[in-house]
Write a new protein. Structure first.
Length: 143
């Protein structure tokens, strides 16, 4: 099953931590719809612009998985509203800074987060999407 043209449900829910701990990481229909929205409005435009595979390091996390990895208590990943993108997964010339800047300038989002890394390159990029009338277009830097 596909969430969007370039993201499968397996890719969006796969977790080494969940596998190791026996956690079933399966979204509800409502969470699945949110996942489709963030993929459609944030990931797919980025993928179309780049024209090559772009790595997803984290997407949906059930509450048990989110707690196991030490995620924020109210993480948007739990609702299926957030995706973490990491250019380092594929070595094809794209950088996380390029991802961050492109998303900032080209898509509507709720939150865009420069996650850790350095002042010149994030370790990964977090982007979330709620719905057009509720997106805050909030830009954060964590690290």
């Amino acid at each position: 099953m596909k969430i969007s043209q370039h993201i499968t449900l397996l890719e969006a829910t796969k977790s080494q931590t969940a596998s190791r701990l026996g956690i079933t990481n399966v979204p509800t229909d409502k969470e699945l719809e949110c996942m489709r929205m963030v993929a459609q409005h944030c990931f797919e435009p980025l993928r179309a612009w780049w024209g090559k595979p772009i790595g997803v390091s984290s997407f949906y996390r059930c509450k048990a998985l989110n707690k196991a990895i030490g995620g924020a208590k109210f993480s948007q990943h739990i609702k299926g509203q957030a995706i973490d993108i990491d250019a380092d997964i594929f070595s094809n010339g794209l950088t996380n800074k390029m991802i961050f800047e492109w998303l900032k300038d080209n898509v509507d989002f709720d939150q865009l987060i420069w996650e850790y890394g350095t002042s010149s390159e994030p370790a990964w990029v977090h982007v979330s999407y709620v719905e057009p009338t509720k997106n805050r277009n909030q830009i954060l830097y964590i690290g």
